[in-house]
Design a protein around this ligand. Structure first.
Ligand code: MLT
Ligand code: ZN
Length: 461
């Protein structure tokens, strides 16, 4: 049965590369969640838009579900193929297609890595400002599917702000050219924005035109040791009022413990419960002096107990390493991940209530907090104790997620700030989106994909 369908695919797209070896099915069928057993029927590696269209037409005719696949660094199961789907990997569609100096745009294929986009923009003296730790292996297609955020959102916003146009192959194999790089386009529903963050459920992005901008002025990085949780947002307020920030990130002593065990250098001799990494414009003596003044103010107020300011790019990189490598240092411990957000103004009250919940519910677990606190986005990772089996561990964590979801509902927050809903958080979607909203989302999805073949089971059933 499968062989005959794959033979049909080979007839529809004779040059299409298709993999069926067990090691490939495992490799391409999973993402960083490692929670589901990969079981795709095969992997297709299209090299052109025509081939993606042929795959979509074939899938409709044969009723085969499709899972789009980029760098598979996702943390929500959005790229998992565990039910006989065909994985459509964009890794061969990874080129820069065009740079337009007047429009200041870069047109790329979806499989290009974020870091390669950064390099391509730099060749033209510009930047693509979305950035995060997985930059070397995540793909732009995946970034668009989840509306990825990361460490520069505080200054530049999420992926959605930086997409000038998208080409999309629909479930029926049509090619849509959405927004075409226009700055102004008041012509009805913006389907480009609907596709961003849709987790591959409305069609497959086959080309993206990215906005670029000027590089920021020279910057410096400060690492603060913060003795108490309620000081975190006070430090943020002080920094934001006087400095032009391009990042404001926090992590706890448990996060520091894991990154140091993973090879990073701790610049402090004393342990502190919380740390902040902040980056800010420091091109002039005045800006550098202001940063020192802010540090002094924070120390005098008792909000900061120690600090380090980078004096070179190498030092800045070493300080960033403490934050950037948290995910990979935790990965071997198979953490249960939460990626939540509330409005910035709600962070202090939310932190209080949430930390009481976590202390009460997780007395026996290693709970690691970190994230983009300046955007109201916290990552709460629960490390799986050695010896506890996966199912029991996840079941315990899900009990706490239910309570966390109820709290987020109360605060008007979100169960997924930037990782996406995927498989991991779909049972909690109602904490963030109303029943009426979800009904409309279902209708949109059914319009784009009436047969339910695009990344089924993700986001909602
Ligand atoms: C991060 O902020 O480092 C990423 O969102 C990844 C993670 O949460 O592990
Ligand atoms: Zn993050």
């Amino acid at each position: 049965m499968l062989d005959s369908r794959l033979a049909e695919l080979a007839r529809a797209a004779p040059a299409l590369r298709v993999l069926t070896a067990a090691t490939d099915l495992e490799h391409y069928g999973r993402d960083w969640t490692r929670r589901w057993t990969p079981a795709p029927c095969a992997i297709a590696l299209p090299a052109s838009i025509d081939e993606v269209q042929a795959i979509a037409r074939w899938a409709s005719a044969q009723r085969v579900a499709l899972v789009p696949s980029g760098g598979r660094t996702g943390l929500s199961g959005g790229a998992v193929a565990a039910n006989g789907e065909l994985v459509v990997s964009f890794e061969r569609m990874n080129r820069v297609l065009d740079f337009n100096a007047v429009d200041r745009t870069l047109t790329v294929q979806p499989g290009i890595a974020l870091e390669a986009v950064h390099r391509a923009a730099a060749e033209h003296g510009l930047i693509y400002p979305v950035d995060f730790g997985a930059r070397g292996s995540c793909s732009i297609g995946g970034n668009i599917a989840t509306n990825a955020g990361g460490i520069r959102v505080i200054r530049y916003g999420n992926t959605r702000e930086w997409i000038a146009g998208l080409k999309l192959v629909t479930a029926s194999g049509e090619l849509l050219d959405l927004n075409r790089g226009l700055i102004k386009n008041s012509s009805g529903y913006d389907l480009r924005q609907l596709v961003i963050g849709a987790e591959g459920t409305l069609g497959f992005v086959v080309e993206a035109t990215l906005k670029l901008t000027d590089p920021p002025p020279a910057s410096q990085v400060m690492l603060f040791a913060v003795p108490a949780m309620d000081a975190l947002m006070r430090v943020f307020g002080a920094c934001r009022s006087k400095l032009h920030l391009s990042a404001f990130e926090f992590f706890t002593d448990r996060a520091l413990h894991h990154v140091v065990a993973h090879g990073a250098q701790n610049p402090f001799s004393e342990i502190s419960p919380y740390y902040v990494v902040t980056e800010f414009d420091a091109a002039t003596d005045t800006q550098q002096q202001t940063a020192l003044d802010v540090f002094e103010q924070c120390v005098n107020e008792g909000w900061v107990s120690d600090g380090v300011m980078s004096q070179s790019e190498a030092q800045a990189a070493a300080l960033w390493r403490l934050r950037d490598t948290i995910t990979e240092s935790l990965a071997p411990h198979r953490p249960y991940k939460n990626d939540i957000s509330v409005r910035i103004s709600a962070v202090p009250a939310f932190l209080d209530e949430m930390s009481a919940l976590l202390t009460r519910e997780y007395p026996q677990f290693d709970v690691v907090w970190f994230g983009h606190i300046g955007d109201g986005n916290l990552h709460i990772n629960v490390v799986k104790p050695e010896g506890l089996d996966d199912t029991a561990f996840i079941a315990q964590c899900e009990q706490v997620t239910k309570q966390l979801a109820a709290m987020l509902h109360k605060y008007g927050g979100s169960i997924s700030a930037e990782h996406g809903i995927g498989l991991v958080k779909k049972d909690y979607l109602q904490s963030t989106r109303s029943v009426a909203e979800i009904a409309l989302m279902r209708g949109v999805r059914a319009t784009f994909d009436p047969l339910g073949l695009l990344n089924p089971g993700k986001l909602f059933e």
